[in-house]
Write a protein that binds this ligand. Sequence first.
Ligand code: TYD
Length: 391
Amino acid sequence: MKKEFLDLGRQPIANKFLNKEDFDDEFFFDLKVCWDEETKLVSIKDFVEPERIFNDDYPYHTSNSFPMVKHFKDAAEMLKKKFNPKNVLEIGSNDGPFITNFDKETSVCVEPCGNFSLKTAHMGYQSYTSFWTTELSEKIKSHHGKMDLIYAANCICHIHDLDDAFSAVANLLSDDGVFVFEDPSLLKILERGSYDQIYDEHPHIFSVTALNNLLRRSGLTLFRVDNLSVHGGSNRIYAAKGNVEVEQSVADNLIEESIFGINHFQTYEIFAKRVKDSKDELLRCLGNLRHNGKKIICIGATAKSTTVFNYCGIGPDLIDLITDTTEAKQGMFSPGSHIPVVDRKSVNLNDYDYAFLGAWNFKDVIANKEREFVENGGKFITHVPKIIMLS
Ligand code: TYD
């Protein structure tokens, strides 16, 4: 049975930055979150149709994020060394920062956003503009044969029907092949109170516990877990067909999650209370600063900040501007909250007293880039793990 524990209110599509003319037609949905007693999976109650999210306008270019480009290069090198795959398929290849570390002749990309699949196709990679389904895995198998390595980053948790997604992997994976995927960790979200990682694109938030249950249903064995620091804490999951040796990291993660209370509904009720307190505290903090005439900017027009701003009811009355390095977001307005998004280069940060970290997961990178702001008395505000000001 699915039990609801959190209501994040009316939310827009988290990455749908928009023009003023489109404000009146903006799409909103109810963002409620449930826990499944049987599988222990945490999911959004009412999914948003994927075509509304992943289309040719999708603005998240992974290659714009320098730390993520390095992360994927390192991941590719590690996987080559460890498994020496003859061929590789990436599900959700975005604009190619992972797959481009592999040979064009032996690599296949799957990506529903046409703007990105065209890009990898132009680079010479076999690219399928499609969602990941069993039907597609059949088609790829007939054209390219079975795959030694199937990889996905921040993508599997986007897929509504996980049983179909995992069966599609089992269908295409060679007998001694490996399926590696990474997504934000539910445990880290619960520990850090980072409720902003819940939005339309993440219909599921994975614990190792739930994945262990779900992968088994499709004949896959979860045999290793790497705990990563990206996206505020992610898990890299390794699975294979049949009876493979299960490494100690799996038991370690299952035990850690069990001790935290992943298997008990009460844990989620406590989290929901923390989220509500975080909202009250953030509104109090920003409201007081504004009342005292302070100017507040936000760094990073993230999907995460869409959840925060819409849940808390934060708009241009509290935050003047958002800066973002992604060109496709610049000159647009943030979803739902309608705060203008601008190029960082067009702003003198010293004109502002406080900078809210929309991209709190890149706190160290941003603090390092913006040393002058701090030297001039500027302060950062973050809401993770609680509302604090940093200088
Ligand atoms: P990410 O944290 O991956 O966000 P999401 O919640 O959307 O998954 O993306 C970081 C965003 O922040 C991205 O749009 C680029 C932007 N950014 C900056 O504007 N400045 C920076 O210094 C960094 C590191 C990121």
